[in-house]
Design a binder for this molecule. Structure first.
Ligand SMILES: NC(=O)c1ccc[n+]([C@@H]2O[C@H](COP(=O)([O-])OP(=O)(O)OC[C@H]3O[C@@H](n4cnc5c(N)ncnc54)[C@H](OP(=O)(O)O)[C@@H]3O)[C@@H](O)[C@H]2O)c1
Length: 272
């Protein structure tokens, strides 16, 4: 749909990509409900958006929600329905980086809960409302690592591969409705999401990083052209395609990535 028709529930709105996305959406004429965990950050962000753009004052709302709290998800879905959301952008996410044996069970659960389970449950809660509006879109912000498994990203890839599978299956399930489900796969992006360890890995492996504004432009384009999915950057787009065709053939291409991982001795392997 056109941006000016969109009433977007945007999770992770105060993060690096979320801030750029909120700005691009409001500038293009969309209404945006910002979602995050910190009320103070959301109020400041909302007033900056409203103050910085003429005519935006009645197009920005916000709601606090912790995406891994089921009762908060229910409240968020009710609030979004009352506000008249017709687009949900699942953008909130947690990073996870390191060899599998260095990740704690708790961290793995948090990543799967935030990146995969929360978007699924929020979409499920919103579906009755989305079925009632004339047209709706569910946009999942995944990652290139939702179609390309990299050493050091086993938990993160599991969450984003899962999110992509969810989006694809649900798009087909809702193919006879006016709800469109989409997936955006940014490559590495310059935000606080990436720890110094990840930045060192990216430098060592020659991984390019986009600005959050580049991702925001791609999100806006996806909203308006309603493509099923889109990945950002070259060679990531090519790698994603080749990996889809013959993943085994690419296994040997990631030796440098494996050798660039932190050695895993920084913290002891957690007891199960
Ligand atoms: N940066 C990258 O390299 C990159 C690349 C590809 C894809 N992505 C994806 O892009 C999305 C946004 O990433 P980003 O780079 O903007 O990261 P970011 O700056 O760290 O922002 C992450 C956002 O997620 C929110 N969040 C995390 N846990 C939450 C929870 N339990 N409940 C509610 N909100 C929660 C945070 O909310 P608070 O404001 O409340 O902390 C924050 O706004 C993520 O899904 C990420 O996987 C990022």
């Amino acid at each position: 749909m056109k941006a000016h028709e969109a009433r977007v529930l945007l999770t992770g709105a105060s993060g690096g990509i979320g801030r750029a996305a909120a700005q691009a959406l409001v500038k293009a004429g969309a209404s945006v409900m910002l979602v995050g965990r910190a009320a103070a950050r959301l109020t400041t962000q909302a007033s900056e958006l409203m103050g910085g753009m003429p005519g935006a004052s009645d197009r920005v709302a916000w709601q606090v929600a912790d995406m891994i709290d089921p009762s908060a998800l229910a409240g968020l879905s009710d609030g979004a329905a009352r506000w008249g959301a017709n687009v949900v952008v699942h953008n909130a996410g947690l990073p996870s980086f390191g060899r599998l044996e260095t990740l704690s069970a708790h961290d793995i659960q948090q990543v799967l809960n935030t990146n995969l389970l929360a978007p699924m449950l929020l979409t499920q809660a919103l579906l009755p409302h989305l079925r009632r509006v004339p047209r709706a879109q569910v946009i999942c912000v995944g990652s290139a690592l939702g179609r390309l498994g990299l050493p050091g990203y086993s938990a993160y890839c599991a969450s984003k591969f899962g999110l992509r599978g969810f989006a694809e299956a649900l798009r087909r399930e809702l193919g006879d409705t006016s709800i469109r489900v989409q997936y955006l796969g940014p490559r590495a992006t310059q935000t606080a999401f990436n720890s110094p360890g990840v930045e060192a890995y990216n430098r060592a492996t020659g991984t390019a990083m986009d600005t959050p504004q580049t991702v925001a432009v791609a999100l806006l384009r996806l909203l308006e052209d309603e493509a099923a999915e889109r990945f950002l950057g070259f060679p990531e787009k090519l790698a994603v395609r080749l990996n889809g065709l013959a993943p085994g053939l690419l296994d040997g291409a990631f030796d440098r990535h494996r050798n660039s991982l932190p050695d895993g001795n920084e913290r002891p392997a957690p007891a199960l």
